[in-house]
Design a protein. Sequence first.
Length: 461
Amino acid sequence: MRNLIFFFAFYALSSTVVVANASAQLKDVITAIETISGHSLDITTQLRATLTQPRYATNDERIQIANIYKSRDYKPHWTSGAQLNANGIALKALFENAHLYGLRNKDYAIPSPPNTQDFTYWTDLELRITELSLTYARHAMQGRVNPNKVHPYITPSRPNVNIEDVLKTLFEVSAPAYALQLYHPPHEGFARLQKQLHTLVEQNLPSNAVQIADIVANMERWRWLPRDLGNSYIWANIPSYMVQVKTLDETRFETRTVVGSAKNPTPVFSHVMDHLIVNPTWHVPSSIATKELLPALKRDPNAIARKGLQMVALSNGKAVDPLTIDWANVNENRLPFAFRQPPSERNALGKIKFMFPNQHAVYMHDTPLKQYFQHTRRAYSHGCVRIYEPLKFADAVLFGDEQWNSEKLQRLFGSSERRIDLKTPLPVHIVYFTLEVDDSGTLKRLEDPYGYHKSLKSLMM
């Protein structure tokens, strides 16, 4: 083949008038003919030829890949000659142990290279490894499953994966495989689950399969969280029916919660608590108004009065007497009224609510229905999170604020609504973990009140 290429190259150049340029032209013709024939003088030449073709850069990821190789004059990063180099060998080993981090080995499979000098093969493998490294980074950092596919109310603030930054890191550090490992969640909770997983995998027992799948699904949910939870933050794990205020991952206060029912689940998301309201007015959500209050009013127009609720017209905000309405002809899809409950001992929000304005319109609050906190399973609300000890919780939230504490808040209790802004806003993470590992290393299993865990396991198969 080589002799044939030189023959055609010599023939093509035999008519060249300028002999001084013959050597350069010979090199160009050889490169062109060998590229067309599927061979190349070396992998750098082949990389250049592949990455400069418009049909390669078909998306942003591939554009960034082409750019990173261009910046290094198309020098390969994972291969040397016709073999994997140290970087490639280390990355292949990382991919083959992906299961130890809750990922699937098959998603990053690198075939064992054959004994071949075909640089087209090595070029394809070089680029394949780069693409797989980006997939691994994305899965490690964000997870494999879109949370919305589990349930629309799961809307976490997943970390952003910057392709350009990932590539720069992998191509500039001396140990890219180690750098890729760092894209896994940095949280202690993830590390504890990963340790449990490693132990079970090493045991290699068929009976461990279910527990391994449970751990992997919980590790996946850790990937949905922000990498920085905050120096101090609020942590409400729905399946544990508890809320905690943490500083540097150490719990400084915790209390019981009542969360949404399976029919009205509490959303899973992160936000920032920036104020609380003493003596809150309860503005009844439209879903409760149409599904619960309207049927009650059709049966008895005095129903809302017994609950201390008021009705106002949406058109002008003026109070409306329920006894003046022909409830049989009111359209639930176009309800012209809103309902509210002024501050009182019967108010559904109790004496205080904790606000982190969000797309789901949920918050944390006190409640007059204290009896439900004595239950083991506490999924009864319409989606908001009820707090068992709201004043102690307020002290934890207001920690470090010289102006406000629970005693001063109690002095405000009455009939006038009062907003208190937090001196230091706190991140709020409402999460859904069915496995927790305590400080002693004991794995604690929690129930799956909304079936989210079961659904996620199915999606991860």
